[in-house]
Design a protein around this ligand. Structure first.
Ligand code: S3P
Length: 447
């Protein structure tokens, strides 16, 4: 059964006792997609431990098989990919369905770009609404033909890759790791040097993995907050062994729950601490969160830590726009934390939130309104006037968006009246086992 036909499942979160225990959060979604795709491009066997088995990543795994890779699941989280090899991807015989996954579809568009094959890309109703022009623009500059697309450069899209793609110097107009990665993945199969410039540094998992798999990539600072990435095309990629750290964007939910539910003490193990992903942690610490780091180490080219999180009284803060790329997926959860804080939290420069799995700025504002949280949306800024308590009692529309669903369930664990979400079925896109794990930690979540 695909998720498009999956039953809608409302859930209600009730005021709960402390969130206590140790938790290992599933693998990082961004790194999991990339691990599979690099496995597809390397000739030989790539072994992956801790792969996220969420719907989004499983769609990418299926796409890899459509391009000729052998993808095997040996045990929970333990996967092997026998690659087709860069330059040798097969032409898919059927359209590729990426479900709810913007990362999967955009990265694979880049990959197809540098192969002389045609592919049809599609996804669910949420993904069909999301802008693809941001990826098609640079790819067409590299010689990729956009054969067909729906109105507004939306899915379904048919692309024809280039036999001789052209290396470009591309300045990404929006802060987006997906656009950067699509260009770099196309650059892998392009002769000469492909350069991507970003004015704001975004998550660098593609660059790190390029290096880990043996490509020649250099990264240098650009301007105040940006980076310039240069990649030499057509390297021989070496299959590698990868261990995927726990996803900080998923950890955000139990972590924030532990901060806002009285007397909580939670240990989170093996969490990815890449500095381009830690904006939420930095912000919560500024708000007064009691979070201790107990160890810091490196795994498969990424930094990993263990964290102890203790219930804390939070205060409102000003979150600058420059921090947005390092916490872009965490704003819905931060909005809930800010609702329980005392004082005003201003989150600036949230325009990219409007083009996620839902218009997250609108969905968060509606959820706050339904639960009696005083707030304002001014242009691209969200301002929350926290009172240290939340009335709750609202029903939240999730708009096929996993992060809206999980954030508002966390609100219900500490609000005075329960919070209901209209549909929890999309949570499996990024966090399989979320409800069960939260219940084990002490959350009162009911069907
Ligand atoms: C991702 C990049 C971000 C993020 C998404 C994952 C990635 O999207 O929101 O969940 O893995 O590259 P944008 O690049 O559109 O900001």
């Amino acid at each position: 059964m695909t998720r498009n036909t999956q039953a809608i499942l409302p859930l209600t979160a009730h005021r709960s006792g402390p969130i206590n225990g140790r938790a290992r959060i599933p693998g990082d979604k961004s790194i999991s997609h990339r691990a599979l795709l690099f496995g597809l491009l390397a000739v030989g066997e790539t072994s992956i431990e801790g792969l996220l088995e969420g719907e989004d990543v499983l769609a990418t795994a299926r796409a890899c098989t459509q391009f000729g890779a052998t993808v095997k699941r040996l045990a929970a989280g333990s996967w092997r990919v026998i690659g087709a090899g860069l330059g040798s991807l097969l032409e898919p015989t059927q359209e590729i369905d990426f479900g709810n996954s913007g990362t999967g579809v955009r990265l694979v568009m880049g990959l197809v770009g540098a192969h002389p094959i045609e592919a049809i890309f599609d996804g669910d109703a949420s993904l069909r609404k999301r802008p693809m022009g941001r990826v098609l623009d640079p790819l067409s500059k590299m010689g990729i033909e956009i054969v067909e697309h729906a109105d507004g450069e939306r899915l379904p899209i048919r692309l024809k890759g280039a036999r001789d793609p052209i290396p470009i110097v591309y300045e990404v107009p929006v802060p987006s790791a997906q656009v950067k990665s699509a260009v770099l993945l196309c650059g892998l199969g392009t002769p000469g040097e492909t350069t991507v410039i970003e004015r704001e540094a975004t998550r660098d998992h593609t660059e790190r993995m390029l290096e880990y798999f043996g490509a020649n990539v250099t990264v240098e600072p650009h301007g105040q907050h940006g980076r310039k990435i240069k990649l030499k095309g057509r390297p021989e990629l070496i299959p590698r062994k990868l261990r995927i750290p726990a996803d900080p964007s998923s950890a955000a939910f139990p972590l924030t729950a532990a901060l806002i539910v009285k007397d909580s003490n939670l240990m989170l193990e093996g969490l990815l601490a890449n500095p381009l992903r830690t904006g939420l942690l930095d912000t919560l610490k500024e708000m007064g969160a009691n979070i201790e780091e107990t160890s810091r180490r490196e795994e498969s080219g990424e930094i990993v830590v263990d964290l102890w999180v203790h219930a804390s009284s939070l205060k409102g803060v000003d979150v600058p726009a420059s921090r947005a790329p390092s916490m872009i997926d965490e704003y819905p959860m931060l909005a809930v934390a800010a609702s329980f804080a005392k004082g005003t939290t201003t989150m600036r420069g949230l325009s990219e939130l409007r083009v996620k799995e839902s218009d997250r700025l609108a969905a968060v504002a509606a959820g706050l309104a339904a639960n009696g949280v005083e707030h304002e949306v001014k242009g691209d800024d969200l301002i929350i006037h926290g009172k240290g308590r939340v009335a709750g009692g609202g029903k939240v529309e999730t708009h096929m968006d996993h992060r809206i669903a999980m954030s508002f369930l966390m609100m219900g664990l500490a609000s005075e009246k329960p919070v209901t979400i209209d549909d929890s079925s999309f949570i499996t896109t990024s966090f399989p086992g979320f409800t069960e794990l939260m219940r084990e930690l002490g959350a009162d979540i009911r069907e």
